[in-house]
Design a protein around this ligand. Structure first.
Ligand code: HSE
Length: 307
C-alpha cells in the first residue's frame, strides 16, 4: 500500500462518571487524514486545513506519532501527511486524540498492519502526551476501537470494548470557546472523600451494567459525575442551563464531553434526540454565545478507511 485516506472520529471522553476511563466514538464529526509513502525517510506535513496547527513535525501531534511508529518499526520509507480537521481543537471532542489515533492507524496500514489496536492505542497516547502533557487513553482508545470503551487499566494498558444499546444517540453542543485540557485538569481536586468515590464507582458500574443489559433507566440513573463535573462546570458558560434543557426534553443524562467546553447528552432514540437538540438550541440561543451542535449515533467502527 502506497497511500491511504482515513476518517478519524471525534470522541466523548469520561462519559460523566468515568473520568479518564470511559470513552465513546461519534459518527457525525471527525478529521480526514491522508498518508503517502515517500522514498525519503521520516515524516513531513504537506497540508493542514480546518485549523491553525503547527507544521513542526516534533510538535504536531499527528506527525509526532507517525515519526515514533516509523522509528520503532525501523521503516525503510517515510510518510507525507495531510490533515483536515473537521472540528476545532480545544472543543472537548478529542481533537488531538483524532489526530493521534488517525496517525497511528494510517501509519500502521502503510506498514502492512503489523500492530494491534492495543499497540496503536499506546502510540496514540504518546500523541496525547505531546498535546497536553499526559498520556490519556480514553479518547484515543475510543477512536481506535470504536464504540464505547473502558480503559480498565493504564499499567499495563487494558482496553475493554463495551456493548452499545442500538437506540443510543448523542446530542452535543460546542460553545465556541476553547478550553485546554491542561487547564481543565489543573482545576481538579487532588483528593476526594471516600463516600464520593463510592458514589462514583457505583455509577461507573451501573453505567456499564446498563450498556450490557440495554437498560436505559440504569444508564440514565448512572450518568452522574459528582467529582469532575462540579470542579469543571464553571469553565463552561451556561452548563447547568444546557443540562437542564436536555433532561427536560427527555435526555438520559448530560455532562461535559472530555475536558469541555462541549456538553453531550445521551438519548434513547432519534425522536428524543431531536427534541433534546431543539431544547438545547433554544436555550443556548438566548446566551449570545456562538455554538455548533450535532446529533450522532455511536460510531461502532472507530477509524474508517476512505480510500
Ligand atoms: N479524560 C480527559 C480529561 C479527556 O477529562 O481530562 C481529555 O479530553
Amino acid at each position: 500500500m502506497e497511500y491511504i485516506k482515513i476518517f478519524a472520529p471525534a470522541t466523548v471522553a469520561n462519559v460523566s462518571c468515568g473520568f479518564d476511563s470511559l470513552g465513546l466514538a461519534v459518527d457525525a464529526v471527525g478529521d480526514e487524514m491522508t498518508f503517502t509513502k515517500t522514498v525519503e525517510k521520516g515524516v513531513k506535513i504537506t497540508n493542514i486545513t480546518g485549523a491553525d496547527l503547527t507544521y513542526n513535525v516534533d510538535e504536531n501531534v499527528a506527525s509526532a506519532v507517525v515519526q515514533k511508529i516509523l522509528k520503532e518499526a525501523n521503516a525503510d520509507f517515510g510518510i507525507a501527511l495531510t490533515i483536515h480537521k473537521g472540528y476545532a481543537p480545544g472543543s472537548g471532542l478529542g481533537s488531538s486524540a483524532a489526530s493521534a489515533a488517525g496517525a497511528a492507524f494510517g501509519t500502521n496500514q502503510l506498514l502492512g498492519n503489523i500492530y494491534s489496536e492495543l499497540a496503536l492505542t499506546k502510540f496514540a497516547m504518546f500523541g496525547e502526551e505531546v498535546a497536553c502533557g499526559t498520556p490519556i487513553a480514553d479518547n484515543v482508545s475510543a477512536a481506535i476501537y470504536g464504540g464505547f470503551v473502558l480503559v480498565r487499566s493504564y499499567h499495563p494498558l487494558e482496553i475493554v470494548k463495551l456493548p452499545v444499546p442500538s437506540e443510543l444517540r448523542i446530542v452535543a453542543i460546542h460553545p465556541q470557546i476553547a478550553i485546554k485540557t491542561k487547564d481543565a485538569r489543573a482545576v481538579l481536586p487532588e483528593e476526594i472523600a471516600l463516600k464520593d468515590a463510592v458514589t462514583q464507582w457505583a455509577n461507573v458500574g451501573g453505567l456499564i451494567s446498563g450498556l450490557y443489559t440495554d437498560d436505559y433507566n440504569l444508564i440514565s440513573n448512572s450518568l452522574v459525575d459528582i467529582i469532575v463535573e462540579p470542579a469543571r462546570k464553571g469553565l463552561i458558560p451556561f452548563f447547568d442551563d444546557v443540562k437542564n434543557s436536555a433532561k427536560k426534553a427527555g435526555a438520559l443524562g448530560a455532562g461535559i464531553s472530555g475536558s469541555g467546553p462541549t456538553i453531550f447528552a445521551l438519548c434513547k432514540g432519534d425522536t428524543i434526540a431531536k427534541n433534546v437538540y431543539k431544547s438545547i438550541q433554544e436555550s443556548y440561543k438566548k446566551t449570545g454565545i456562538d455554538f455548533e451542535m450535532f446529533i450522532s449515533k455511536v460510531n461502532q467502527e472507530g477509524i474508517k478507511i476512505l480510500k
